[in-house]
Write a protein that binds this ligand. Structure first.
Ligand code: SF4
Length: 412
C-alpha cells in the first residue's frame, strides 16, 4: 500500500505491454462513460457480467440500461437479485437474504416455462440453462478483479461457478473494472492473499476457479477475447489513501468476514445500510465514495464490539476507524480537525454546546461533584418525553444517589 502510486504506474506499463488497454476513472460516472464508449464503438447490445462489487458501486447496470444495452448478471446470487429487482445484500453472497422458497417462487414467476420447485439442484440447473445461452449471445463480458499484479501485468480473478471464466473468455471484448487499491507488487504475493481471501470468505482453501488474465487473444490462438480493457477506479479511494490512519481501509480484500461476524449486520441485514458495501467495511469505505455527510450514521451504527477487527484477515483496525469517522462527523469544518469530504455533517449548535459543557464538567472534579449533586436532587425535573430516545425506551432519569454517596454509605 505504501508503494501504491509507483505500483499503479508499473501495472499500467506492463498491462499495456501485454496488450491490455488501461483506463483511469475518477468516479463512477467516468467509469460508466468509458464502458459505454467501448460498447458503442463495437455496437454492443448485450453485456454479460461476472460478479463485481465495483460495477455495483458505479451503478453500471443502470447506466447501460439507460443507453439501451442489456446487462445480464451471470453469478447465481447476482442473477437472483437482478431477477428480483434488488441490490446485493452481502459482498460475497448477494442473495443471502432470500430463502429457498422465495427463490423458487421468483424463478416460477420470472423465468418463462419454469414451474415452482424447492429442489436446490433443480433451481441451480434452471439458472445454468438460462445463463449458458447468455454467454454465447453477449458482445462484451464484464468482470471484477481480485488482484492486479504490477510486475507481470496480470489480472487475478477467483470464483466458484465458472461464470467468471466464461465472461472473460467467450465474448469478443472483456472489460475488467476494479478499484485502484487492488494492485499487488509481485505474482508471488498473490497466493497468500488468495489463501486469506478464500478461507475468510467461504472457508475454502482454494476456489474452484482461479483465473490469471494476461492479455487478449494472440495471433494463432483459437479462443479468448480480442480486446481486454481494465478500468481503474478512484471514486474517493485517494481520499482514504491520503490519510495515514484511514489508508488501512484500502487493505480490504472483500472477504466479507467482518459482515458475517458483525452483530449489527446479522440483525439488520445488508440492505438496511443503504450503500453498495454493507457491514463494517461498508461503514468505513462508503464515506470516501459518497461523502461523510451522506454516510456518517453508519459509523454510529456499531456497538464497537471489535468482532470485525478481530476476524479481518488483513488486520484493518475497523473499530479505530469507526471512532475516527465519528469524530470527523462531529468535527468543526472550519478547523484542521475536519479532513474528509462531508466532515462536520453531524455537528449541530446544540450538540456542540452540550459537549462543550460536558467536557468542562467531566474534566474538573469540583464542577463534576456539584453537577452530579444537582442532578441527583433534581431528578424529579427530568422530562418524561426525551425526543427520539423515548419513542422506544424509558426516559433517562439520574440516579437518586451518586456513586460517591453510595460509596460513603457503604463505608459508614
Ligand atoms: S474489512 Fe477485512 S474482514 Fe471486512 S471484507 Fe475487508 S478484508 Fe474482509
Amino acid at each position: 500500500m505504501a508503494n501504491l502510486p509507483r505500483l499503479l504506474e508499473q501495472l499500467e506499463a506492463n498491462l499495456t505491454a501485454n496488450g491490455v488497454q488501461v483506463h483511469w476513472a475518477e468516479n463512477g460516472q467516468e467509469a460508466n462513460a468509458i464502458a459505454l464508449e467501448i460498447a458503442e464503438r463495437v455496437q454492443a447490445k448485450r453485456i454479460i457480467k461476472g460478479k463485481s462489487m465495483v460495477s455495483e458501486e458505479v451503478g453500471f447496470n443502470h447506466a447501460l440500461q439507460a443507453a439501451g444495452i442489456e446487462a445480464f448478471e451471470s453469478d447465481m446470487g447476482e442473477y437472483i437479485v437482478q431477477l428480483a429487482g434488488e441490490a446485493p445484500s452481502h459482498i460475497i453472497m448477494p442473495a443471502i437474504h432470500k430463502t429457498k422458497q422465495e427463490i423458487a417462487q421468483l424463478f416460477a414467476d420470472e423465468v418463462p416455462g419454469v414451474t415452482y420447485t424447492e429442489d436446490v439442484d433443480a433451481l441451480i440447473q434452471i439458472g445454468r440453462r438460462v445463463l449458458r445461452r447468455k454467454f454465447a449471445e453477449a458482445d462484451i463480458g464484464l468482470s471484477g478483479v481480485n488482484f492486479a499484479v504490477a510486475e507481470t501485468g496480470t489480472l487475478c480473478l477467483i470464483e466458484n461457478e465458472g461464470n467468471g471464466r466464461m465472461c472473460t473468455t467467450v465474448p469478443k471484448i472483456h472489460i475488467a473494472i476494479t478499484g485502484i487499491e487492488k494492485v499487488v507488487e509481485k505474482l508471488e504475493h498473490v497466493p497468500p492473499l488468495l489463501s486469506l481471501l478464500t478461507r475468510s470468505a467461504t472457508g475454502q482453501s482454494v476456489t474452484t476457479y482461479v483465473n490469471m488474465i494476461s492479455g487478449p487473444r494472440k495471433p494463432g490462438e483459437k479462443d479468448g477475447p480480442q480486446e481486454v480493457h481494465l478500468i481503474l477506479l478512484d471514486n474517493g479511494r485517494t481520499q482514504a489513501y491520503a490519510d495515514d490512519e484511514l489508508r488501512a481501509t484500502l487493505q480490504c480484500i472483500r472477504c466479507g468476514a467482518c459482515m458475517n461476524h458483525c452483530p449489527v449486520y446479522a440483525r439488520i441485514g445488508g440492505h438496511a445500510y443503504g450503500t453498495t458495501y454493507p457491514g463494517p467495511i461498508g461503514a468505513i469505505i462508503s464515506p470516501h465514495m459518497l461523502g461523510l455527510d451522506k454516510t456518517y450514521p453508519l459509523a454510529f451504527a456499531s456497538t464497537l464490539c471489535g468482532a470485525c477487527s478481530e476476524v479481518c484477515p488483513v488486520k484493518i483496525p475497523i473499530t479505530d476507524i469507526l471512532v475516527r469517522l465519528r469524530n470527523e462527523a462531529q468535527a468543526n469544518p472550519q478547523t484542521e480537525e475536519a479532513t474528509l469530504r462531508g466532515s462536520g455533517a453531524a455537528r449541530t449548535v446544540t450538540a456542540s454546546a452540550v459537549w462543550s459543557v460536558w467536557s468542562q464538567v467531566y474534566s474538573k472534579s469540583g464542577l463534576y461533584k456539584l453537577a452530579s449533586w444537582f442532578m441527583s436532587r433534581g431528578r424529579a425535573l427530568s422530562p418524561s418525553e426525551q425526543g427520539a430516545w423515548t419513542s422506544s425506551r424509558t426516559p433517562l432519569v439520574p440516579a437518586p444517589k451518586r456513586l460517591r454517596d453510595l460509596m460513603k454509605d457503604r463505608k459508614a
